[in-house]
Each structure stands twice: as structure tokens, then as C-alpha cells.
Design a binder for this molecule. Structure first.
Ligand code: 5BU
Length: 493
């Protein structure tokens, strides 16, 4: 960042905040209902541009200690500060809306960014840390990395420690501590010794916790304290297919799904035969097969039965309910007759989900086969236009339909509910980080430990070995199976 020649003593800023009534002493009722002998209101300084500038420059030395690509102010007070720091020092900024727009793109995050960009959060003051956490959750849900935040005043009520919690892991830097500020005001004769002791005592005995509801949303970061084995998760699952999937994962010690992106039936059957013992799921794109027939579908089902894996057609339904019913049950592929699992977009709304529910029920009545649906909450491809709040909407839809929504195709955790599975594509071992057509790859460990995957989906990383010797194919698939499974097991430590 550019050198900052604007040096102003922080205590002169504190004195002026006091003079402009941004620091008030008396009896104040806080949002939480508690009575406080001190009130800090930094919102007022938007009307004092000189003070605003001098205050903003206090962040600069701390910004130099942080690694970041973008900055983001916590709405609303810190937005003006972040805007000043962004324009003055040419740091690109993103802006988090407090409320999602009800029209247009429904963006919750404004600005230009890429997954993996590092964001520094700017906030005016910290008490519990909840506001910083809310902003960090939104940023992380968009695939951004948040490790640091800077606040002007640390109220010393536990916020900095709250955010150090392993689930959250945000380092908060502060320009000044509350006690330093009070001591300065007392030493300069602005407040009495008595007032200073009263305020300091009050602060020390009023620890602020992060509300439980917010803590529950900490699904983004996979945390060891909430880790559950696949067996335990099977027990918590309400839908029979999800239950069977978790049981298979525990029994086969595998969280691997192979993506059979091959264009002829013979190769897919060969893949199913060779991969069968190591996988819990085989995923198809039936519309890329040149010679599809229902006989092939029956043979694939037999292999799935023999080797005990689930058949998932990656159909990504995204149309009105009536069309989806026909796409699922009819046409050349008659998916409802041979697949266990399909997936859908939320874009068309709940009618699509209702349509699938009706079809599932109608089919299951005939053949008592377990069926389920995954919701697409994210895409793995670069520059995809999936909105940031898509994942939240997917979760809302899932909890309304826990009897047949098995989980999510995700790139980050959608929820902490252990009954829903998170399945992540874009996994490959080796040097390829992308496929030059938008696919973005990560390792099994990164998918599980950082992106919250319970199950990894691997296509070309495995099928590229189909024409190699059986030994080579097997060594490779076992490597994926072990690395994916161990990454999940290692989370419990
Ligand atoms: P790959 O060869 O490992 O890149 O194959 C990944 C598969 O997962 C492929 O069939 C995709 O269609 C599928 N996929 C994906 O890659 N990314 C996504 O976000 C979704 C599906 Br949804």
C-alpha cells in the first residue's frame, strides 16, 4: 500500500470524538437492553470530514500488517471509513448489503471479486464481534477468504477473543483499547477519576457473547467440535436414501463419487465394474452417451446393486414443474426407472421441487425404491453467475423437504445440519488447477477441510486411467478414496 504521510496522534482523535459528543457518559440503554454508563456513537462523524479523515488514517499502520486483495466495511458506520481507505489508497472494495435486494439481481454482496480473494474487514468498534462475524459469513459464503479485521476501538468486552474461536478464526486488530481511551480522557481532565473507574469496572464485568443463533450459522467453517461420524449422521438422517448413503460411506470407508463422463455404454460399465468396490456413488450425464439404451441402464443398476453404490444422474433440472416431471419420468432416458439420485436448480422456484416430490412418490409406490434429490447451491466453474444467497435459499428449501432432499452440490458449507450431505465436484490430484474451459480444481483435502465437502466428486482424475492397466487404475482410485476419506476422518481431531 502507498506510504501514508498523514500522521495524526490517535489521542487528538479521541479528544475530538469526545468534544463532538461521539463518546458520551451518562446512563444509556443498549440494544441488548442493558444499561451502560458509556455510549460510543461513531456514526456522527460523517458530518465532521476532517475528523473522519484523521480517524481513518489510524487504520493505515494496521492495514500494512494484513494480507488482502479487497476491503469491506461492516454496514453501516464503517462503510464510510472503508470507502475513504479504498479510494485514498486504491484498495478495491466490496460492499455487503444488510438486507438482500428484493428486485434485480438480489445481490447481497456488491462489487467485483473472485473466489479465493482475501478480504480485510473494516469496522468502527467491536463489543461481541457479531457484526464482524455476520459480514465474514457473507463473504465466506461467496468463496472469499477472511482472516483479519481492523476496528478503531476495542471495547474490551470479549469480541476479539470470541472471533479467535477455532470455528471463526478471525484476527482482530484494534487502533485503540477502550481502557486506554478512558485513561487518556481522565488524565486530560475530561472525565473524573470516579467516572473513569465506574466505566472501566462496568466494561470489565460486561462480557458480550456472540448470540447462539449466529453461532449456529458457523457452517462455513468446518469445525472439529461439531464433527460427526458418517454412522452418526446416518442415524440423524430423515430420508432413506441419505441414510443409506451415509451408511455406505461408513461401511465402505469411502466418500468418493466417480463421475462417469464417458460417451459409450461399454466404457461406463467397465468403469462401474472396476470402480465399484471403492466408490459409494457413480454419477452419470446420460445425455452425453451415444448408444444409451434401457438395457444399459438395467446392467448399470445390476452393477450398482452388486457393488453397493448409488446411481446419481447429474441432470440439473431447471424448468417448470410440469416439464421436469416429463424429463424425469419419460423421454429416451426414463431416469425415474433406474437412478436413485438426481439434482436440481432452485431458479424455477418450489414448483420444480413439488413436481419431483410427486414423481418420487408415484414411482416409489410402484417399486419401493429409495429416491432423493440434491440441490445445487454452488457451481465449481470460474465466473459462474450463481448468486451469493443461492446457498441460503437452497438450505431453506432443504429444511422444508428433509424427507427427500439429501443435501447439496456445494463449494462451501451451506448449513451445519449433519443430516444433509455436502458433495463437491472439481476435485483432482496433480498439477491441474483448471481445465481451460472454466472447471476449477482443488485437492481432496482442500475440498473436505476448507470447502466443507462430505463427499468428493471426481471425473477426469479417475476416468483418464480407464485405458491404463487394471493395477494402475486401481492404485489411482484408491489414492482418491483414501485421501478423501482420511481428510474427513482427520477433521475430528
Ligand atoms: P471433472 O472431470 O472432475 O472435472 O468432472 C466433474 C463433474 O462434475 C462433471 O461431470 C461436471 O459436469 C460435474 N459438476 C462440476 O464439475 N461442477 C459443478 O459445479 C457441478 C457439477 Br453442479
Amino acid at each position: 500500500m502507498a506510504n501514508d504521510h498523514h500522521s495524526v496522534d490517535i489521542f487528538s482523535v479521541i479528544r475530538r470524538l469526545y468534544e463532538y459528543n461521539a463518546l458520551k457518559f451518562g446512563q444509556f440503554k443498549l440494544k441488548s437492553g442493558i444499561e451502560s454508563p458509556v455510549y460510543i456513537d461513531l456514526r456522527t462523524i460523517i458530518s465532521q470530514p476532517d475528523l473522519m479523515i484523521d480517524l481513518c488514517h489510524q487504520y493505515v499502520p494496521l492495514m500494512k500488517q494484513c494480507r488482502f486483495d479487497l476491503i469491506c466495511g461492516v454496514p453501516y458506520t464503517a462503510l464510510t471509513m472503508a470507502t475513504y481507505l479504498s479510494t485514498k489508497f486504491r484498495h478495491p472494495m466490496v460492499m455487503r448489503r444488510k438486507e438482500t435486494k428484493q428486485h434485480g439481481t438480489k445481490q447481497i454482496l456488491e462489487g467485483v471479486y473472485q473466489r479465493g480473494n482475501r478480504v480485510l474487514i473494516i469496522e468502527d468498534l467491536i463489543s461481541s464481534g457479531s457484526s464482524i462475524l455476520e459480514t465474514a459469513l457473507t463473504l465466506r459464503q461467496a468463496g472469499l477468504i477472511v482472516t483479519d479485521a481492523i476496528v478503531f476501538i476495542d471495547r474490551e468486552q470479549g469480541g476479539i477473543r470470541n472471533l479467535q474461536h477455532s470455528d471463526i478464526d478471525i484476527k482482530v486488530h484494534s487502533c485503540i483499547h477502550f481502557s486506554e481511551m478512558i485513561t487518556y480522557l481522565k488524565d486530560e481532565g475530561h472525565i473524573t477519576g470516579e467516572k473513569s473507574s465506574e466505566v472501566l469496572e462496568w466494561i470489565q464485568s460486561n462480557y458480550c457473547a456472540i448470540p447462539a443463533t449466529l453461532h449456529n450459522q458457523l457452517a462455513l467453517t468446518t469445525c472439529s467440535s461439531s464433527w460427526k461420524s458418517y454412522e452418526d449422521r446416518a442415524r440423524l438422517c430423515q430420508n432413506p436414501l441419505g441414510k443409506r448413503l451415509f451408511e455406505l460411506m461408513a461401511m465402505k470407508r469411502s466418500n468418493l463419487c466417480v463421475s462417469a463422463d464417458l460417451t459409450d455404454c461399454q466404457s461406463i460399465l467397465k468403469l462401474a465394474e472396476l470402480a465399484g468396490p471403492h466408490i459409494v456413488m457413480l454419477k452419470t450425464h446420460v445425455d452425453i452417451i451415444d448408444d444409451f439404451s434401457m438395457d444399459f441402464a438395467r446392467r448399470l443398476r445390476d452393477l450398482a446393486k452388486n457393488h453397493n453404490f448409488i446411481l446419481f444422474e447429474d441432470r440439473k433440472f431447471a424448468d417448470i414443474g410440469s416439464t421436469v416431471q416429463k424429463q424425469y419420468a419419460g423421454g429416451l432416458f426414463r431416469l425415474s426407472e433406474w437412478t436413485d439420485l438426481i439434482n436440481a436448480h432452485l431458479l424455477p422456484g418450489p414448483g420444480l421441487i413439488e413436481a419431483l416430490r410427486q414423481e418420487f412418490m408415484a414411482r416409489s409406490f410402484k417399486d419401493s425404491q429409495q429416491r432423493g434429490c440434491l440441490l445445487i447451491s454452488h457451481l465449481s466453474s470460474q465466473g459462474n453467475l450463481v448468486p451469493v444467497d443461492y446457498a441460503q435459499e437452497a438450505y431453506k428449501m432443504a429444511i422444508k423437504n428433509p424427507d427427500f432432499i439429501v443435501g447439496f452440490i456445494s463449494q462451501t458449507k451451506v448449513c451445519t445440519d449433519p443430516a444433509f450431505i455436502h458433495m463437491t465436484p472439481g476435485v483432482r490430484i496433480g498439477n491441474e488447477k483448471n481445465d481451460k474451459l472454466g472447471q476449477q480444481y482443488t485437492t481432496p483435502e482442500d475440498a473436505v477441510q476448507n470447502k466443507g465437502a462430505d463427499l468428493i466428486i471426481v471425473g477426469r482424475g479417475i476416468i483418464s486411467k480407464l485405458d491404463s492397466s487394471c493395477e494402475e487404475f486401481e492404485t489411482n482410485i484408491i489414492l482418491y478414496k483414501q485421501r478423501g476419506y482420511n481428510a474427513y476422518i482427520n477433521l475430528c481431531q
